[in-house]
Design a protein around this ligand. Structure first.
Ligand code: HEM
Length: 509
């Protein structure tokens, strides 16, 4: 007897109708009855998030390019998904990201990291406020100034590696992959600064560090997980032994990193006195300090693991992208490079006598180069926030409560109204009369209560590494091995073409 004989035709049709009715009603509701139904945008985008998933995952489009295309087609406020709006007028930025708005992060994006109990992953301001307060002294300017030698040691290792790589070539020298070099450097800094671990990614030949390659390889999976909470849950259940033994090289690297974090956390939880043996304060001194936690329960083992992974992720990709971008534009603008090197040589005349960070940060041209680099850097994705129940006015338009809203800082940084000639790399704009206004609009670290907690560390790294690389080496672009700065977006920007390569010839004086 065939299986169909078990079912009557009317019964089957009724069942099918019932199954289809819910999604069909959902689409009709989204198109005609949803509070956002009058906002412009693609009708398919309004129907379901599946359309966005199709564009990103199947067609492989970068969300940042797609947003630009949709704004061109539909105007300054677009409906990007049934419940999500995106804004292109730079005036909208301060309406969304400011200190008054304690708005939730959108869980559909942030769940993709599976780090729900970390500073990056907490959805509600009330949860993150406490964690940020606990970590604030650790990332304060005072703490960074005290720890700058530790960062400088990692700069020195990077410079040694660049020297060796150059020496490995023929008369012209061998060029170095600066994308990987800066990424290895920033991983080494976070591992040392936050966990007192000598990770030595920078010492791996040609910067082929497994953890750096893995963290770049894993980014498309974040994009995939944005669209499937189930996938996040399934991946969470992969046992450590399985990932470490049977995964791809990238998976294995990420699982061993997780094990490194877990082993350290377990050791500290088992024996809190072991914290007295670290060479300097690490994040667990703050996270497990009852006074800093002001009587609230201390973070759980899982929360500590989430925080460890979140800080490494947040603190390494971003800084290396900024360092790469700055170097790219300096190498493509010989006059900028000349002015920068001249300023560095005057302040740092004897190579062995390296100035302190406090000296570098006062250098006007170096500062202008770094600020201009942060301005022109490709952005982390448009950071989605949820409008509170009472609704809000953004860019002069009332937005109903519960709507997910976002704007990429690129729309501020590349606006000709805010920064004239925005696509050109012009450090001089930070030295003129408009410097203060430019400063107020600089949003690379985001604004408001969820802005970057690592800003002091980031600036210290950028000043030390850019000053050192451009002072200690005569840098020239390896045009044959380098691409341009086009990116695809996987939460953070990922450079699409060949990596930036430069010949780093050591200078003798
Ligand atoms: C040039 C370097 C950096 C840039 C451009 C940058 C940028 C940003 C941006 C735009 C955000 C907001 C993200 C969001 O809303 O989801 C953010 C958040 C964050 N950043 Fe950074 N960052 C940099 C370096 C660092 C460093 C070195 C650390 C230290 C570990 C760090 C730790 C964090 C953390 C923990 C958050 C989450 C804050 C929260 O959600 O409350 N960042 N960063």
């Amino acid at each position: 007897m065939g299986i169909m004989a078990l079912f009557s035709l009317p019964g089957t049709l009724t069942a099918l109708g019932a199954i289809l009715a819910i999604p069909v009603w959902r689409v009709v509701y989204n198109l005609y009855f949803h509070p956002l139904s009058h906002f412009p945008g693609s009708k398919l985008a309004a129907c379901s998030r599946l359309w966005l998933a199709y564009r990103e995952l199947v067609r492989g489009e970068s969300l940042s390019d797609l947003r630009v295309e949709l704004h061109r087609q539909y105007g300054e406020i677009i409906r990007l998904a049934p419940n999500e709006l995106h804004f292109s007028n730079p005036a909208a930025y301060n309406d969304i990201y400011n200190h008054r708005n304690k708005w939730d992060k959108d869980h559909l994006l942030y769940r993709a990291f599976d780090l729900d109990m970390s500073t990056v992953g907490f959805i509600h301001y009330s949860d993150v406020k406490h964690r940020r307060d606990v970590l604030a002294p650790f990332f304060s300017r005072t703490s960074i100034l005290q720890m700058q030698d530790l960062i400088m040691e990692r700069v020195n290792v990077l410079c040694e590696a660049l020297t060796h790589q150059f020496a490995a070539g023929d008369t012209k020298g061998k060029s170095s992959d600066l994308v990987l070099g800066f990424h290895c450097f920033s991983v080494d800094v976070i591992m040392a600064f936050c966990y007192a671990k000598d990770w030595n990614a920078t010492r791996v030949p040609d910067f082929q560090s497994d953890i750096v390659l893995a963290s770049q390889a894993v980014l498309p999976i974040i994009t995939l997980r944005k669209y499937s909470g189930t996938l996040v849950k399934i991946m969470r259940r992969i046992p450590m032994w399985f990932g470490q033994n049977f995964g791809s090289p990238a998976t294995r690297a990420l699982f061993s990193l997780r094990k490194t974090f877990m082993d350290q956390i377990d050791e500290i939880l088992r024996n809190p006195a072991s914290l007295e043996n670290t060479p300097h304060k690490i994040i667990y001194h703050s996270l497990l300090d009852p006074d800093a936690n002001k009587g609230r329960p201390l973070p759980s083992r899982l929360s500590l693991r989430h925080e460890a992974a979140a800080l490494l992720g947040a603190g390494s990709d971003s800084t290396s992208i900024a360092s790469t971008t700055i170097s790219y534009y300096v190498l493509h603008n010989p006059e900028v490079q000349r002015r920068l090197v001249n300023e560095l040589r005057v302040t740092w005349p004897v190579l062995e006598e390296v100035p302190r960070y406090e000296v570098f940060e006062k250098l006007p041209y170096l500062t202008a180069v770094i600020k201009e680099g942060l301005r022109i850097s490709p952005a982390i994705t448009a950071l989605p926030r949820v409008v509170p129940q009472e609704g809000a006015t953004i860019d002069g338009t009332f937005i109903p409560g519960g709507t997910v809203v976002a704007q990429s800082f690129t729309y501020v940084h590349r606006s000709p109204i805010v920064y004239p000639d925005p696509d050109a790399f012009i450090p001089e704009r930070w030295l003129g009369e408009d410097a203060k206004t430019h400063e107020a609009s600089l949003s690379a670290f985001s604004k408001g209560p969820r802005s970057c907690i690592g800003i002091n560390l980031a600036y210290c790294e950028l000043y030390l590494v850019i000053a050192s690389v451009f002072r200690r080496f005569d840098l020239t672009l390896d045009a044959e091995r380098s691409g341009d700065m086009t990116i695809t977006e996987h939460f953070v920007p990922v450079f699409k073409g060949p990596h930036l390569h430069a010949y780093c010839k050591p200078v003798s004086d």
